[in-house]
Design a protein around this ligand. Sequence first.
Ligand code: SAH
Length: 451
Amino acid sequence: MKKDDIITLRIEDLSSEGLGVGKCDGFTFFVKDTVIGDIAEAKVMKMKKTYGYARLMRLIEASPDRVEPPCPVARQCGGCQIQALRYQAQLAFKEKKVCSNLQRIGGIAEPPMEPIIGMENPLRYRNKAQFPIGRSRDGRLIAGFYAGRTHTIVECRDCLLGAEVNRQILDAVLKHMEQYDIEPYDETTGSGLVRHVMTRVGFRTGQIMVCIVVNGRSLPHSEELCAILAAIPGMTSIMLNSNLEKTNVIMGKDLKVLWGTEYIEDLIGDVRFRISPLSFYQVNPRQTQKLYEKVLEYAGLTGQETVWDLYCGIGTISLFLAQKARQVYGVELVPEAIRDAQQNAELNGITNAEFYVGRAEDVLPRKYADEGVRADVIVVDPPRKGCEESVLETMVQMQPQRIVYVSCDSATLARDLKCLGERGYEVKKVCPVDMFGNSVHCETICKLVRK
Ligand code: SAH
Protein backbone atom coordinates (compact mmCIF):
# COMPACT_ATOMS: atom_id res chain seq x y z
CA MET A 1 0.00 0.00 0.00
CA LYS A 2 1.51 3.32 -1.01
CA LYS A 3 0.71 6.96 -1.64
CA ASP A 4 -1.76 7.63 -4.47
CA ASP A 5 -3.18 4.07 -4.39
CA ILE A 6 -6.94 4.01 -4.85
CA ILE A 7 -8.73 1.94 -2.23
CA THR A 8 -12.30 0.97 -1.41
CA LEU A 9 -13.38 0.75 2.19
CA ARG A 10 -16.38 0.66 4.49
CA ILE A 11 -16.35 3.30 7.24
CA GLU A 12 -16.91 1.57 10.58
CA ASP A 13 -16.09 4.23 13.15
CA LEU A 14 -15.02 7.85 13.70
CA SER A 15 -11.68 8.99 15.11
CA SER A 16 -11.49 11.40 18.01
CA GLU A 17 -11.05 14.18 15.42
CA GLY A 18 -14.15 13.08 13.52
CA LEU A 19 -12.40 11.38 10.59
CA GLY A 20 -14.07 8.28 9.18
CA VAL A 21 -12.20 5.09 10.06
CA GLY A 22 -12.16 2.02 7.85
CA LYS A 23 -9.99 -0.97 7.00
CA CYS A 24 -8.40 -2.10 3.77
CA ASP A 25 -5.91 -4.97 3.40
CA GLY A 26 -5.32 -5.02 7.16
CA PHE A 27 -4.46 -1.33 7.31
CA THR A 28 -6.59 1.20 9.18
CA PHE A 29 -7.36 4.34 7.19
CA PHE A 30 -8.58 7.73 8.30
CA VAL A 31 -10.77 9.42 5.70
CA LYS A 32 -12.02 12.99 6.16
CA ASP A 33 -15.60 13.81 5.11
CA THR A 34 -16.89 10.28 5.54
CA VAL A 35 -19.34 9.00 8.13
CA ILE A 36 -20.06 5.62 9.71
CA GLY A 37 -21.78 3.38 7.17
CA ASP A 38 -20.32 4.96 4.02
CA ILE A 39 -18.65 2.78 1.42
CA ALA A 40 -16.01 5.02 -0.08
CA GLU A 41 -13.42 5.13 -2.79
CA ALA A 42 -10.40 7.00 -1.48
CA LYS A 43 -6.89 7.95 -2.48
CA VAL A 44 -4.03 7.16 -0.10
CA MET A 45 -2.34 10.40 0.94
CA LYS A 46 0.08 9.23 3.63
CA MET A 47 1.15 5.82 4.93
CA LYS A 48 2.50 4.90 8.36
CA LYS A 49 3.43 1.40 9.56
CA THR A 50 -0.05 0.16 10.39
CA TYR A 51 -2.33 2.96 9.33
CA GLY A 52 -2.73 5.71 6.77
CA TYR A 53 -4.67 8.76 5.70
CA ALA A 54 -6.78 8.78 2.57
CA ARG A 55 -8.85 11.40 0.77
CA LEU A 56 -12.44 10.74 -0.20
CA MET A 57 -12.74 10.50 -4.00
CA ARG A 58 -16.24 9.12 -4.43
CA LEU A 59 -19.01 7.67 -2.33
CA ILE A 60 -19.77 4.23 -3.72
CA GLU A 61 -22.65 3.87 -1.30
CA ALA A 62 -23.75 6.64 1.06
CA SER A 63 -24.44 5.64 4.64
CA PRO A 64 -28.14 5.47 5.53
CA ASP A 65 -27.16 7.84 8.36
CA ARG A 66 -25.66 10.43 6.03
CA VAL A 67 -27.51 13.75 5.81
CA GLU A 68 -26.94 17.02 3.97
CA PRO A 69 -25.11 19.28 6.48
CA PRO A 70 -27.34 22.27 7.26
CA CYS A 71 -24.32 24.63 7.33
CA PRO A 72 -22.86 25.61 3.95
CA VAL A 73 -19.27 25.66 5.29
CA ALA A 74 -19.52 22.50 7.40
CA ARG A 75 -16.83 20.77 5.37
CA GLN A 76 -14.19 23.56 5.52
CA CYS A 77 -14.84 24.85 9.04
CA GLY A 78 -13.05 23.26 11.96
CA GLY A 79 -15.98 23.63 14.35
CA CYS A 80 -18.38 20.83 13.45
CA GLN A 81 -16.81 17.53 12.48
CA ILE A 82 -19.88 15.35 12.08
CA GLN A 83 -22.72 17.47 10.72
CA ALA A 84 -23.09 14.98 7.87
CA LEU A 85 -24.09 12.25 10.33
CA ARG A 86 -27.77 12.01 11.33
CA TYR A 87 -28.18 13.25 14.90
CA GLN A 88 -29.50 9.92 16.25
CA ALA A 89 -26.40 8.23 14.79
CA GLN A 90 -24.17 10.89 16.37
CA LEU A 91 -25.68 10.00 19.74
CA ALA A 92 -25.21 6.28 19.18
CA PHE A 93 -21.56 6.90 18.22
CA LYS A 94 -20.89 8.96 21.35
CA GLU A 95 -22.54 6.44 23.64
CA LYS A 96 -20.47 3.66 22.15
CA LYS A 97 -17.27 5.66 22.36
CA VAL A 98 -17.73 6.43 26.06
CA CYS A 99 -18.55 2.79 26.76
CA SER A 100 -15.57 1.44 24.84
CA ASN A 101 -13.13 3.88 26.47
CA LEU A 102 -14.34 2.78 29.90
CA GLN A 103 -13.83 -0.84 28.87
CA ARG A 104 -10.52 -0.46 27.08
CA ILE A 105 -8.75 2.18 29.18
CA GLY A 106 -10.75 1.96 32.39
CA GLY A 107 -10.77 -1.83 32.58
CA ILE A 108 -14.50 -1.84 33.42
CA ALA A 109 -15.90 -4.98 31.77
CA GLU A 110 -19.52 -3.86 31.71
CA PRO A 111 -19.85 -0.13 32.32
CA PRO A 112 -23.23 0.58 33.96
CA MET A 113 -24.38 2.86 31.16
CA GLU A 114 -27.53 4.94 31.18
CA PRO A 115 -28.88 6.11 27.81
CA ILE A 116 -27.21 9.25 26.46
CA ILE A 117 -29.10 12.49 27.13
CA GLY A 118 -29.43 14.08 23.68
CA MET A 119 -30.53 17.53 22.60
CA GLU A 120 -33.92 18.50 21.22
CA ASN A 121 -32.24 20.53 18.49
CA PRO A 122 -28.51 20.13 17.82
CA LEU A 123 -28.32 23.63 16.26
CA ARG A 124 -28.35 27.16 17.79
CA TYR A 125 -27.34 25.76 21.16
CA ARG A 126 -24.13 27.67 21.87
CA ASN A 127 -24.26 30.82 23.99
CA LYS A 128 -20.69 31.81 23.19
CA ALA A 129 -18.81 32.38 19.93
CA GLN A 130 -15.31 33.64 19.16
CA PHE A 131 -14.83 34.89 15.62
CA PRO A 132 -11.33 35.63 14.33
CA ILE A 133 -11.24 38.75 12.14
CA GLY A 134 -9.02 38.94 9.08
CA ARG A 135 -8.85 39.49 5.35
CA SER A 136 -9.85 37.13 2.58
CA ARG A 137 -7.41 36.35 -0.23
CA ASP A 138 -8.99 39.09 -2.30
CA GLY A 139 -8.53 41.56 0.54
CA ARG A 140 -12.05 41.82 1.99
CA LEU A 141 -12.56 42.12 5.75
CA ILE A 142 -13.96 38.84 7.02
CA ALA A 143 -15.08 37.13 10.21
CA GLY A 144 -15.45 33.41 10.61
CA PHE A 145 -13.81 30.34 12.07
CA TYR A 146 -10.49 28.64 11.60
CA ALA A 147 -10.45 25.74 9.18
CA GLY A 148 -9.54 22.49 10.93
CA ARG A 149 -5.88 22.39 12.10
CA THR A 150 -5.02 25.73 10.46
CA HIS A 151 -5.43 29.42 11.07
CA THR A 152 -7.05 30.11 7.71
CA ILE A 153 -10.34 31.88 8.34
CA VAL A 154 -13.40 30.26 6.79
CA GLU A 155 -15.84 33.11 6.28
CA CYS A 156 -19.00 32.64 8.33
CA ARG A 157 -20.97 35.31 10.13
CA ASP A 158 -23.85 33.05 10.99
CA CYS A 159 -22.61 29.89 12.66
CA LEU A 160 -25.65 27.61 12.94
CA LEU A 161 -24.54 26.44 16.37
CA GLY A 162 -24.59 29.98 17.72
CA ALA A 163 -27.12 32.73 18.29
CA GLU A 164 -28.70 34.47 15.32
CA VAL A 165 -27.72 37.87 16.71
CA ASN A 166 -24.01 37.14 16.07
CA ARG A 167 -24.46 38.06 12.44
CA GLN A 168 -25.80 41.52 13.30
CA ILE A 169 -22.93 42.10 15.71
CA LEU A 170 -20.26 41.05 13.22
CA ASP A 171 -21.83 43.12 10.43
CA ALA A 172 -21.62 46.18 12.68
CA VAL A 173 -18.01 45.55 13.72
CA LEU A 174 -16.76 44.92 10.16
CA LYS A 175 -18.63 47.95 8.84
CA HIS A 176 -17.05 50.07 11.56
CA MET A 177 -13.59 48.77 10.65
CA GLU A 178 -14.17 49.58 7.00
CA GLN A 179 -15.45 53.04 7.76
CA TYR A 180 -12.44 54.02 9.87
CA ASP A 181 -9.76 51.99 8.09
CA ILE A 182 -9.14 49.80 11.09
CA GLU A 183 -6.92 46.85 10.17
CA PRO A 184 -7.52 43.31 11.36
CA TYR A 185 -4.67 41.68 13.23
CA ASP A 186 -2.24 39.68 11.12
CA GLU A 187 -0.85 36.68 12.97
CA THR A 188 2.22 36.31 10.81
CA THR A 189 3.43 39.90 11.05
CA GLY A 190 1.90 40.80 14.41
CA SER A 191 0.53 44.03 12.91
CA GLY A 192 -3.06 45.26 12.72
CA LEU A 193 -5.55 45.83 15.50
CA VAL A 194 -8.73 43.74 15.69
CA ARG A 195 -8.06 40.10 16.56
CA HIS A 196 -11.34 38.50 17.60
CA VAL A 197 -14.94 39.30 18.38
CA MET A 198 -16.37 37.28 21.21
CA THR A 199 -20.08 37.17 21.94
CA ARG A 200 -22.09 35.70 24.77
CA VAL A 201 -25.84 35.45 25.11
CA GLY A 202 -27.79 34.61 28.25
CA PHE A 203 -30.41 32.25 26.83
CA ARG A 204 -32.79 32.68 29.76
CA THR A 205 -32.24 36.43 30.36
CA GLY A 206 -31.71 37.52 26.73
CA GLN A 207 -28.70 39.60 27.82
CA ILE A 208 -25.92 39.98 25.25
CA MET A 209 -22.21 40.63 25.69
CA VAL A 210 -19.78 41.66 22.96
CA CYS A 211 -16.06 41.62 23.64
CA ILE A 212 -13.70 42.99 21.02
CA VAL A 213 -10.16 41.67 21.34
CA VAL A 214 -7.54 44.09 20.05
CA ASN A 215 -3.79 44.17 19.60
CA GLY A 216 -3.68 47.58 21.30
CA ARG A 217 -5.21 49.59 24.11
CA SER A 218 -8.19 51.16 22.39
CA LEU A 219 -10.51 50.98 19.41
CA PRO A 220 -10.80 54.12 17.25
CA HIS A 221 -14.24 55.76 17.38
CA SER A 222 -15.50 53.07 19.72
CA GLU A 223 -18.37 55.31 20.91
CA GLU A 224 -19.89 55.18 17.44
CA LEU A 225 -19.67 51.38 17.26
CA CYS A 226 -21.15 51.15 20.76
CA ALA A 227 -24.09 53.34 19.75
CA ILE A 228 -24.92 50.89 16.95
CA LEU A 229 -24.39 47.73 19.00
CA ALA A 230 -26.30 49.14 21.97
CA ALA A 231 -29.39 49.42 19.79
CA ILE A 232 -29.53 45.62 19.47
CA PRO A 233 -32.26 44.38 21.83
CA GLY A 234 -30.71 42.68 24.84
CA MET A 235 -27.29 44.33 24.52
CA THR A 236 -25.97 44.59 28.06
CA SER A 237 -22.19 44.68 27.96
CA ILE A 238 -19.66 45.86 25.39
CA MET A 239 -16.08 45.21 26.43
CA LEU A 240 -12.63 45.78 25.01
CA ASN A 241 -9.95 43.21 25.66
CA SER A 242 -6.28 44.01 25.05
CA ASN A 243 -4.10 41.19 23.83
CA LEU A 244 -0.67 42.46 22.78
CA GLU A 245 1.00 39.05 22.81
CA LYS A 246 1.99 37.07 19.75
CA THR A 247 0.03 34.02 20.81
CA ASN A 248 -2.78 31.67 19.88
CA VAL A 249 -4.55 32.44 23.15
CA ILE A 250 -7.55 34.52 22.19
CA MET A 251 -8.04 36.76 25.21
CA GLY A 252 -5.53 38.99 26.96
CA LYS A 253 -5.75 39.95 30.64
CA ASP A 254 -6.79 43.61 30.35
CA LEU A 255 -10.47 44.39 30.10
CA LYS A 256 -12.23 47.71 29.73
CA VAL A 257 -15.93 48.47 29.64
CA LEU A 258 -16.87 50.36 26.48
CA TRP A 259 -20.58 50.42 27.22
CA GLY A 260 -22.95 48.91 29.80
CA THR A 261 -21.90 46.53 32.55
CA GLU A 262 -18.82 44.33 32.78
CA TYR A 263 -20.83 41.13 32.90
CA ILE A 264 -24.07 39.56 31.74
CA GLU A 265 -26.38 37.35 33.77
CA ASP A 266 -28.02 34.04 33.03
CA LEU A 267 -29.99 31.41 34.93
CA ILE A 268 -29.46 27.69 35.33
CA GLY A 269 -32.39 26.20 37.21
CA ASP A 270 -33.27 28.80 39.85
CA VAL A 271 -29.72 30.04 40.25
CA ARG A 272 -28.71 33.34 38.68
CA PHE A 273 -25.15 33.65 37.36
CA ARG A 274 -22.99 36.64 36.59
CA ILE A 275 -20.61 35.99 33.70
CA SER A 276 -17.56 38.10 32.87
CA PRO A 277 -15.59 37.75 29.61
CA LEU A 278 -12.72 35.75 31.09
CA SER A 279 -14.78 33.26 33.07
CA PHE A 280 -15.60 29.81 31.96
CA TYR A 281 -19.32 29.27 31.53
CA GLN A 282 -20.95 26.20 30.05
CA VAL A 283 -21.57 26.92 26.35
CA ASN A 284 -24.76 24.89 26.06
CA PRO A 285 -27.08 26.16 28.77
CA ARG A 286 -30.08 23.95 27.94
CA GLN A 287 -28.06 20.75 28.24
CA THR A 288 -26.20 22.15 31.25
CA GLN A 289 -29.45 22.18 33.17
CA LYS A 290 -29.95 18.47 32.37
CA LEU A 291 -26.30 17.75 33.20
CA TYR A 292 -26.54 19.40 36.61
CA GLU A 293 -29.80 17.62 37.41
CA LYS A 294 -27.99 14.36 36.76
CA VAL A 295 -25.07 15.48 38.96
CA LEU A 296 -27.58 16.27 41.70
CA GLU A 297 -29.19 12.84 41.32
CA TYR A 298 -25.81 11.05 41.46
CA ALA A 299 -24.69 13.15 44.43
CA GLY A 300 -27.74 11.86 46.34
CA LEU A 301 -27.93 14.86 48.67
CA THR A 302 -30.26 14.96 51.68
CA GLY A 303 -29.31 18.37 53.03
CA GLN A 304 -26.77 17.07 55.56
CA GLU A 305 -23.73 16.64 53.34
CA THR A 306 -20.43 18.42 53.02
CA VAL A 307 -19.60 18.63 49.33
CA TRP A 308 -16.37 19.60 47.54
CA ASP A 309 -16.69 20.82 43.97
CA LEU A 310 -13.27 20.75 42.31
CA TYR A 311 -12.64 22.73 39.08
CA CYS A 312 -15.76 24.72 39.92
CA GLY A 313 -15.46 27.57 37.39
CA ILE A 314 -17.89 30.33 38.37
CA GLY A 315 -19.46 27.97 40.88
CA THR A 316 -22.30 26.75 38.74
CA ILE A 317 -22.35 23.19 40.06
CA SER A 318 -21.46 24.34 43.60
CA LEU A 319 -24.41 26.70 43.80
CA PHE A 320 -26.77 24.24 42.15
CA LEU A 321 -25.80 21.67 44.82
CA ALA A 322 -25.68 24.15 47.72
CA GLN A 323 -29.47 24.30 47.66
CA LYS A 324 -29.53 20.63 48.72
CA ALA A 325 -26.36 20.31 50.83
CA ARG A 326 -25.21 21.46 54.26
CA GLN A 327 -22.00 23.04 53.01
CA VAL A 328 -20.24 23.26 49.64
CA TYR A 329 -16.59 24.14 48.98
CA GLY A 330 -15.47 25.06 45.47
CA VAL A 331 -11.91 25.11 44.10
CA GLU A 332 -10.92 26.82 40.85
CA LEU A 333 -7.73 28.03 39.20
CA VAL A 334 -8.95 31.28 37.61
CA PRO A 335 -9.25 34.11 40.18
CA GLU A 336 -11.83 36.02 38.12
CA ALA A 337 -14.03 32.94 38.04
CA ILE A 338 -13.83 32.61 41.83
CA ARG A 339 -14.74 36.27 42.18
CA ASP A 340 -17.78 35.56 40.02
CA ALA A 341 -18.56 32.47 42.10
CA GLN A 342 -18.55 34.51 45.31
CA GLN A 343 -20.72 37.20 43.79
CA ASN A 344 -23.02 34.53 42.40
CA ALA A 345 -23.43 33.02 45.86
CA GLU A 346 -24.29 36.45 47.25
CA LEU A 347 -26.59 37.30 44.37
CA ASN A 348 -28.62 34.19 45.14
CA GLY A 349 -28.53 34.54 48.92
CA ILE A 350 -26.57 31.29 49.20
CA THR A 351 -24.51 31.34 52.40
CA ASN A 352 -23.33 27.73 52.57
CA ALA A 353 -20.84 27.87 49.71
CA GLU A 354 -17.21 28.86 50.11
CA PHE A 355 -14.63 29.16 47.34
CA TYR A 356 -10.86 28.82 47.09
CA VAL A 357 -8.58 30.03 44.29
CA GLY A 358 -5.79 27.72 43.21
CA ARG A 359 -4.96 24.50 41.50
CA ALA A 360 -7.01 21.59 42.80
CA GLU A 361 -3.78 19.60 43.16
CA ASP A 362 -2.41 22.29 45.52
CA VAL A 363 -5.52 23.38 47.40
CA LEU A 364 -7.07 20.02 48.25
CA PRO A 365 -3.94 18.22 49.55
CA ARG A 366 -3.00 21.31 51.57
CA LYS A 367 -6.45 21.76 53.10
CA TYR A 368 -6.53 18.07 53.91
CA ALA A 369 -3.04 18.00 55.46
CA ASP A 370 -3.38 21.30 57.39
CA GLU A 371 -7.02 21.29 58.41
CA GLY A 372 -8.17 17.71 57.91
CA VAL A 373 -11.09 18.86 55.80
CA ARG A 374 -13.61 16.15 55.03
CA ALA A 375 -16.31 15.42 52.46
CA ASP A 376 -19.39 13.26 52.07
CA VAL A 377 -19.52 13.86 48.35
CA ILE A 378 -16.80 15.12 45.99
CA VAL A 379 -17.69 16.42 42.55
CA VAL A 380 -14.94 16.93 39.97
CA ASP A 381 -15.29 18.56 36.56
CA PRO A 382 -11.72 18.85 35.27
CA PRO A 383 -10.53 20.08 31.86
CA ARG A 384 -9.75 17.53 29.15
CA LYS A 385 -6.52 16.31 30.67
CA GLY A 386 -8.41 14.99 33.68
CA CYS A 387 -7.30 15.03 37.34
CA GLU A 388 -3.72 15.03 38.60
CA GLU A 389 -2.91 11.91 40.52
CA SER A 390 -2.38 13.93 43.71
CA VAL A 391 -5.99 15.12 43.48
CA LEU A 392 -7.26 11.55 43.13
CA GLU A 393 -5.00 10.43 46.02
CA THR A 394 -6.30 13.11 48.35
CA MET A 395 -9.89 12.46 47.34
CA VAL A 396 -9.50 8.82 48.28
CA GLN A 397 -7.87 9.71 51.62
CA MET A 398 -10.83 11.94 52.44
CA GLN A 399 -13.09 8.86 52.11
CA PRO A 400 -16.24 10.46 50.70
CA GLN A 401 -19.25 8.17 50.35
CA ARG A 402 -19.71 9.21 46.75
CA ILE A 403 -17.67 10.79 43.98
CA VAL A 404 -19.38 12.36 40.98
CA TYR A 405 -17.00 12.73 38.06
CA VAL A 406 -18.07 15.08 35.23
CA SER A 407 -15.79 14.75 32.22
CA CYS A 408 -15.44 16.21 28.75
CA ASP A 409 -12.97 13.53 27.67
CA SER A 410 -13.93 9.92 28.24
CA ALA A 411 -10.35 8.71 27.68
CA THR A 412 -8.87 10.62 30.64
CA LEU A 413 -12.05 9.87 32.58
CA ALA A 414 -11.46 6.14 32.04
CA ARG A 415 -7.83 6.50 33.18
CA ASP A 416 -8.92 8.29 36.37
CA LEU A 417 -11.75 5.82 37.05
CA LYS A 418 -9.23 2.99 36.88
CA CYS A 419 -7.08 4.74 39.45
CA LEU A 420 -10.07 5.37 41.73
CA GLY A 421 -11.24 1.79 41.21
CA GLU A 422 -7.91 0.44 42.45
CA ARG A 423 -8.32 2.61 45.55
CA GLY A 424 -11.76 1.41 46.54
CA TYR A 425 -14.28 3.36 44.46
CA GLU A 426 -16.71 1.46 42.27
CA VAL A 427 -18.44 2.95 39.24
CA LYS A 428 -22.18 2.61 39.82
CA LYS A 429 -23.61 4.65 36.99
CA VAL A 430 -22.43 6.32 33.81
CA CYS A 431 -24.47 8.82 31.82
CA PRO A 432 -23.22 10.52 28.64
CA VAL A 433 -24.75 13.93 27.97
CA ASP A 434 -24.50 15.52 24.55
CA MET A 435 -23.46 19.11 25.14
CA PHE A 436 -21.80 19.57 21.75
CA GLY A 437 -24.09 18.28 18.99
CA ASN A 438 -22.47 18.04 15.52
CA SER A 439 -19.01 17.83 17.07
CA VAL A 440 -17.28 14.64 18.20
CA HIS A 441 -17.10 15.82 21.80
CA CYS A 442 -19.20 14.29 24.54
CA GLU A 443 -19.69 15.00 28.21
CA THR A 444 -19.99 12.09 30.66
CA ILE A 445 -21.11 11.88 34.28
CA CYS A 446 -20.11 9.01 36.56
CA LYS A 447 -21.26 8.05 39.99
CA LEU A 448 -18.68 6.26 42.12
CA VAL A 449 -19.40 4.73 45.49
CA ARG A 450 -16.96 3.72 48.23
CA LYS A 451 -16.73 -0.06 48.49
N1 SAH B 1 -17.63 23.00 36.91
C1 SAH B 1 -17.63 24.21 36.12
C2 SAH B 1 -16.40 24.41 35.23
C3 SAH B 1 -15.78 23.18 34.60
S1 SAH B 1 -14.56 23.53 33.37
C4 SAH B 1 -18.90 24.30 35.34
O1 SAH B 1 -19.64 23.32 35.21
O2 SAH B 1 -19.22 25.38 34.84
C5 SAH B 1 -13.06 23.23 34.16
C6 SAH B 1 -12.58 24.34 35.05
O3 SAH B 1 -11.38 23.91 35.66
C7 SAH B 1 -12.24 25.65 34.37
O4 SAH B 1 -12.96 26.69 35.00
C8 SAH B 1 -10.73 25.82 34.57
O5 SAH B 1 -10.34 27.16 34.76
C9 SAH B 1 -10.50 25.02 35.80
N2 SAH B 1 -9.17 24.45 36.02
C10 SAH B 1 -8.28 24.02 35.08
N3 SAH B 1 -7.21 23.45 35.66
C11 SAH B 1 -7.42 23.50 37.00
C12 SAH B 1 -6.68 23.05 38.14
N4 SAH B 1 -5.50 22.45 38.00
N5 SAH B 1 -7.21 23.27 39.36
C13 SAH B 1 -8.41 23.88 39.50
N6 SAH B 1 -9.16 24.31 38.47
C14 SAH B 1 -8.66 24.14 37.23
